[in-house]
Design a protein around this ligand. Structure first.
Ligand code: HEM
Length: 452
């Protein structure tokens, strides 16, 4: 495969660091769909085709592992967990965790999502000036509460909710360290302030998880939420004891910023597309039965409303096409493989980018245009393999339905009687870190809306 010359690699690495999305886009324009990066220790292949992504993630997934730089950094925080593990340890943990993401678990997600949105609304009413709020900060706060409370407080007492939020804060601190370290490589043996911060954050995670576990052990039943399932599996010898912490921390990492990123860009897109927002409001009015409350207020959305909110869901789906929070997915070849006719030796790191695949003109007509009708059957169809915001194959996101439930219901609760409009100021700059984030936050105006 073509790609940059070794002598240009340093320059290109700096360009990647400055703006990875733009670099990948221009590299694809320059070298095509398969690009080899000649790095000394492990060759890197960037694959930008639907068939190539399918080969690596689905068809021959057994030959590919998660032993990559990306997942190595994450595992400094998680220890072993679903996101970063491979082989039989991964398979068993996935089997144990899966039932927590079935319908009964999602009912709790739905309740916590609406509750978090309602708290946000109350805070905005108290503090927003001219209706302008930073929706990025708001989305991070709301998703923190949802993941913290659903995972750590099946019982949601004040104490357990607080623990959930404490562990999330510690995870974020640790992630921050890991990311800043990835950006400024320091030899592993050097004692640095960041290493001390990482140790401290890890200790907080250990302590809180220990307390949460002790509380659950002291109650009559282990329960059938994630924590209960993990503890039962440890008792049966199916999982090692350290898996409890690993999986809980993993869910926080995988389920916090991703959903926040999705909500942030969805609100941005709605502000920019008033016609899509009008249709969303009309749907909310119809589904939430506006006129039944005595005081004229719309009622909060519920789990039952979820299925009927088809346009709201299509808006979220289309937002995940244009702004996939997980903008890059990586794998390492455990064995030699052939991807799209390109011979790939064992050890090669492969990069697949939902961001680029989902903006390919040959897969998505008019790819830069926001058009939720792609997902309602009214617009151009979305080819299956060319849409992978949640990955594909056996490693498909376990939290997909959790995330979609949360995103749809938070949007419905926030926008049932409000409208989101652009705020004055420059357009947001997309920054590709762990997820896609607006570089300077995302101020938007939330104003009371007129009836549809
Ligand atoms: C895996 C995206 C929300 C937990 C993944 C993968 C993607 C993804 C692309 C596959 C990574 C790969 O193949 O290398 C997203 C997006 C989300 C989201 C875009 C929100 C919009 C969540 C939530 C949770 C979660 C809410 C949990 C509460 C996980 C876990 C894995 C995973 C545990 C690893 C699954 C496995 O390998 O068995 N996610 N995710 N995610 N996600 Fe999500």
């Amino acid at each position: 495969a073509p790609g940059p010359l070794p002598r240009d690699m340093l320059r290109d690495l700096l360009a990647i660091r400055r703006d990875p999305l733009e670099y990948l886009r221009s590299a694809a324009g320059r070298w095509g769909d398969h690009i080899a990066f000649p790095l000394p220790r492990s060759p890197v292949l960037f694959v930008n085709t639907v068939a190539g992504a399918r080969r690596v993630l689905v068809e021959n997934a057994g030959a590919w592992s998660k032993r990559t730089v990306q997942y190595g950094a994450l595992s400094l925080v998680t220890g072993s967990g679903l996101l970063t593990s491979d082989g039989s340890a991964w398979r068993e943990a996935r089997r144990v965790a899966q039932p927590a993401f079935h319908r009964s678990g999602l009912v709790a997600v739905a309740e916590q999502s609406v509750a978090a949105a309602e708290r946000l609304r109350a805070r905005w009413d108290a503090t927003a000036s001219e209706g302008v709020v930073d929706v990025d900060a708001a989305a991070l706060q709301a998703t923190l509460e949802v993941v913290g409370r659903t995972l750590f407080g099946g019982d949601v007492t004040a104490e357990s909710a607080g623990d959930g939020e404490r562990v999330v804060a510690a995870v974020l601190e640790a992630l921050g360290v890991v990311i800043s370290r990835a950006r400024t490589p320091v030899p592993g043996w050097l004692p640095t302030p960041s290493r001390a911060r990482l140790r401290r954050a890890n200790r907080v995670m250990d302590e809180v998880v220990e307390r949460v576990v002790a509380r659950r052990r002291a109650s009559d039943e282990l329960g059938d939420d994630l924590l209960g399932l993990l503890l039962a599996a440890v008792d049966e010898g199916r999982l090692p004891p350290e898996a409890v912490r690993g999986e809980l921390v993993t869910m926080v990492i995988a389920g916090h910023e991703t959903v926040a990123s999705c909500l942030t860009w969805t609100l941005h897109l709605l502000a920019e597309h008033p016609e899509a927002q009008r249709r969303l409001h009309a749907e909310l009015d119809a589904v939430l039965e506006t006129h039944e409350d005595d005081d004229g207020a719309l009622r909060a959305p519920s789990w039952e409303d979820l299925r009927a909110l088809t346009w709201t869901r299509a808006v979220v789906d289309e937002s995940l096409r244009l702004y996939p929070p997980a903008w890059v997915v990586t794998r390492r070849a455990d064995a030699d493989d052939v991807v799209d006719g390109v011979v790939v030796p064992a050890g090669t790191l492969v990069i697949v980018s939902p961001w680029l695949l989902q903006r390919r003109a040959d897969a998505h007509p008019d790819p830069e245009t926001f058009d939720p009708a792609r997902f309602t059957g009214e617009g151009p169809a979305v080819p299956r393999g060319a849409y992978l915001p949640f990955g594909a194959g056996a490693r498909l996101c376990i939290g997909r339905d959790f995330a979609l439930t949360e995103a749809v219901l938070v949007l419905a609760a926030l926008l049932r009687d409000r409208e989101v409009r652009p705020a004055p100021g420059p357009a947001p700059v997309v920054e590709a870190l762990v997820t896609l984030r607006p570089r300077h936050g995302l101020p938007l105006r939330l104003v009371p809306r007129s009836p549809t």
